[in-house]
Write a protein that binds this ligand. Structure first.
Ligand code: PLP
Length: 499
């Protein structure tokens, strides 16, 4: 299997190179040159395996340049009970008739990003060895809150790596900020940007593709890579949990083997839902992919009109990890939808960066609407949804997951589709205690983050994650805050490079 760049189909690299580089030299994203298949027999066979073994099975189809021993080394180190709460790694919670919450947040940082970022450091260091890199890998991360912490946890003290995380100063929850600024590890750094997530992401992308900076790093035997979902090594682990959830539902006789299901995903950078799309293309029986946004609903409009237009107001919402106006992974989807048309993709994305807008062809729009349903939820509706689920099913969900539930309800009302459905639950409610309590504990006087956690514990059935409780006693180590224009200089300074 080879990986091509969405902006230059002539580029052909193995997975180790794609993962090490993170992004292609001309700014395109790596995609597999074909999507491997999974049969119903294989799905049936996976029923007897644990999560790590299921992951190994899927990775063998994509990382064909890795040996079995290498893949097993990665999965064993990532998907175990040192890192995750339970042996099952993910949890499926039966919410209501034919609807299941796929809880992806039982890892060390309480958000679904752990599913990929616990394994990415092993993929990356293994890849570097395979291609005889002999350089220290510098990971630059832009985060809307959850990726940053998950990447810091994944990479802390991993030999041969150094990690720098940029987050929007006022764009993350207090708990997310505290998680990052108290991070342990000798090879980590965290810095706030006076701007929003898109500023952070653009800044990082510019640095990653800056030839002057790259040359300077080269002299110091350093090389950049990315832990954002532009890196293929972030996406492929996300395919696993859709397959694994399906396997478990079939095993538990909740669905028939081969029965189609819907998948609802609260979406920001389009990584998680793209992984669901890949699993469908592999042959996992999926009917509709339901794309849920908050009021930063650029994706809802895009899927409904074929026009991607980021020229709109940016809102800070109660689901901050989805406060994004440039959804990077859409580029991969459109590459597949246009029949690998790298010229077309280059044009659209050049237009996105110069005018903030592009419009796809009618053909592409049609495929898009066949595969996806899109909708959004504002903060008030999100709050109402958290309250309704809590009152009806005694289930506490976080704000991002509630956005998905709201959009799923809209979908059902509109289509009357009775297909069984998985809703991706992307964060622990404890990570967004203030918003969750506002919904289910009206009139509460509690304002201290840790008291909120205690209160939420009284109301919900979930245990308090230790990693959040212990933050109270941790020292804040990182207080830097800079302008977007200062990012380049900051990175060089951190790496000890003069310029
Ligand atoms: C990152 C994140 C999302 C959005 O996922 P994408 O892959 O960027 O679409 C949704 N919910 C939570 C809690 C997240 O951390």
């Amino acid at each position: 299997m080879f990986y091509k760049s969405t902006r230059n189909s002539a580029i052909n690299v193995d997975s180790a190179t794609a993962i090490t580089q993170g992004i292609s030299v001309e700014g395109g994203l790596f995609v597999p040159n074909e999507i491997p298949k999974i049969t119903l027999e294989e799905i049936d066979m996976l029923a007897d395996m644990n999560y790590s073994e299921r992951a190994t099975f899927i990775f063998k189809k994509y990382l064909t340049d890795f040996t079995d021993v290498e893949i097993k080394y990665c999965t064993d180190n990532a998907y175990n009970t040192d890192n995750f709460e339970n042996e099952s790694i993910i949890e499926l919670s039966h919410l209501f008739d034919g609807t299941y919450m796929l809880e992806l947040w039982h890892g060390p940082t309480c958000a679904f990003k752990d599913m990929a970022l616990q394994i990415l450091p092993y993929f990356l260091t293994t890849s570097a060895k395979k291609i005889n890199l002999n350089k220290k890998i510098v990971i630059l991360v832009a985060t809307s809150g959850d990726t940053g912490k998950a990447a810091l946890e994944g990479f802390k003290d991993i030999e041969g790596t150094q990690i720098l995380v940029f987050y929007p100063e006022n764009g993350v929850s207090p708990m997310q900020k505290r998680q990052m600024t108290t991070q342990d590890g000798e090879n980590v750094d965290v810095c706030a940007i006076n701007g929003n997530f898109d500023d952070c992401q653009n800044g990082v992308k510019e640095i990653l593709t800056d030839n002057d900076i790259k040359a300077k790093l080269e002299e110091e035997a350093l090389i950049f890579s990315s832990a954002n979902s532009i890196n293929w090594g972030r996406l492929v682990p996300q395919i696993v949990y859709y397959v694994s959830a399906y396997v478990t539902l079939a095993k538990d006789k909740e669905i028939e083997l081969g029965e189609k299901i819907n998948v609802v995903v609260p979406t920001g950078n389009f990584g998680n839902i793209l992984a669901a799309y890949y699993s469908k293309k592999m042959g996992l029986p999926i009917n509709k992919l339901i794309c849920a946004s908050n009021v930063n609903n650029v994706l809802t409009d895009f899927i409904n009109t074929g026009v991607y237009d980021r020229n709109r107001e940016f809102y800070a919402t109660s689901s901050p990890s989805m406060d994004i106006l440039i959804s990077s992974n859409l580029e991969r989807l459109l590459y597949h939808f246009t029949g690998d048309n790298d010229k077309q993709i280059s044009e659209w994305f050049a237009s996105l960066s110069s005018t903030g807008r592009y419009e796809v062809t009618d053909d592409v729009k049609k495929i898009l609407q066949d595969e996806f349903f899109a909708g959004f939820s504002d903060d008030e509706q999100t709050k109402d949804t958290i309250r309704a689920i809590y009152n009806q099913y005694s289930y506490t969900c976080d704000t991002h997951t509630a956005v998905a539930v709201k959009v799923y309800n809209d979908y059902k009302n509109k289509t009357n589709d009775k297909t069984k459905t998985i809703i991706a639950s992307t964060a622990s409610p404890y990570k967004f205690s203030a918003s969750v309590l506002e919904a289910i504990d009206k009139g509460s006087e509690v304002s201290d983050e840790y008291e909120m956690i205690e209160r939420l514990n009284e109301l919900s059935k979930f245990e308090i994650p230790e990693s959040l409780a212990e933050l109270k006693n941790k020292k804040v180590k990182y207080t830097n805050s800079i302008e977007k224009a200062e990012m380049k200089g900051y990175v060089l300074k951190e790496l000890g490079i003069s310029y």
